[in-house]
Design a protein around this ligand. Sequence first.
Ligand code: DSN
Length: 425
Amino acid sequence: MKEDAYWIRDQVQKHNKWFEESLPMIASENLMSPLAKEMMISDFHDRYAEGLPGKRYYNGNIYVDKVELKCIELAQRIFKCQFADVRPISGTVANMAALMALTKPGETITCTSLDHGAHISTAKFGAVGFRGVNTVTYPFDTNDMVIDVDGAAKLIREVKPKVAQFGLSVFLFPAPLKELNDVFNEVGCTVWYDGAHVLGLIAGGRFQDPLHEGAHVLTASTHKTFPGPNHGIVLGHNLNEELSKKLSSAVFPGVTSSHHLHAMAALAVTMAEWEIYGEKYAAQVCKNAKALGQALYELGVEVLCSHKGFTESHTIAVNVAEHGGGSEAANLMERANMIANKNMIPGDKSAMNPSGIRLGSQELTRVGMKESEMKEVAALIHRVVVKKESPEVVKKDVMALKRNFTKVRYCLNEGEEAYAYHKLV
Ligand code: DSN
């Protein structure tokens, strides 16, 4: 019905306004640039392409092919790699493609467990279960929030997995790829790294560079620290032809048909823009995460890993058990226009009622916030979560802070320009 259509649009507009007036800190989200957004509502959205550029099953792909080849070229340059497939329609779909190419049902992979921050892709009820693959999880140092290197080496030697998998959704510190390289070679396993959360930090040279530290395959979504569209990517370096072909055909026809051409174009735009501002942005994301951790810590809030600088990524993990738990904290924050998620931290048993919250700095950095604003954000969080001030009162101060930070900025200096600055708005 016509009324329903308008009602739906009204809800979306209300959501847009709410987020413009909010401080979003979900570690897996970000804002696209206006030019990338323009790609999302282009005619590319309405079309189909199957196969690879120049070898399509449909006609009408003349410009799609040009954009996809440019997207591949940009990905190869930014990630310094030889293989790039820009067709997966999400990070999970990229992971399904990796599983299809690298494993057979009944084989075993080693990975991190969910309660130590892994993504659901490597859970039995996720992509791994769908592929019928068995998992054995690494021992984890919950004090330092890293994989226990000696324990993992022993485990990999014992299990001799087909694939050693790494990458987290609460990704505070790098995975020990360099440290385990000899073990990977000894057992002959393929190394697969899910870099969804830290893709922008990898691209900006601010986190480990998995493809040059021993990983063969890097999968990711493209909308977290890498501020592109909701989409996915599979990257590889020094792959033999057989593995490259397997990955490519796992993406199509394995786990996708057409590959959301509008999102692929938006990814290409984000990459082209990234070459201008990416390094500065990634550096500021990391500085802001540390500043947010430090400011909360100085207010007496328990931020994990204070003994090692809280984080080396965009994410901090906060224990709010003594302030009502993660669920209560995230709900109070939401009422004050601060968007975060409850999160399990080591020792938790329930994902619905965990002790922690997870905060990411990447979106606040995208709209131009720096260390001084992180201090203000920490104070606002402290007021609702610890002091239990009325969220409706704190919300007014949140909105006042956000008023000057509503547009995508590019961490560029005065005079430097990204493409089509705010073209759409
Ligand atoms: N579930 C997402 C996250 O928030 O980390 C990743 O897919």
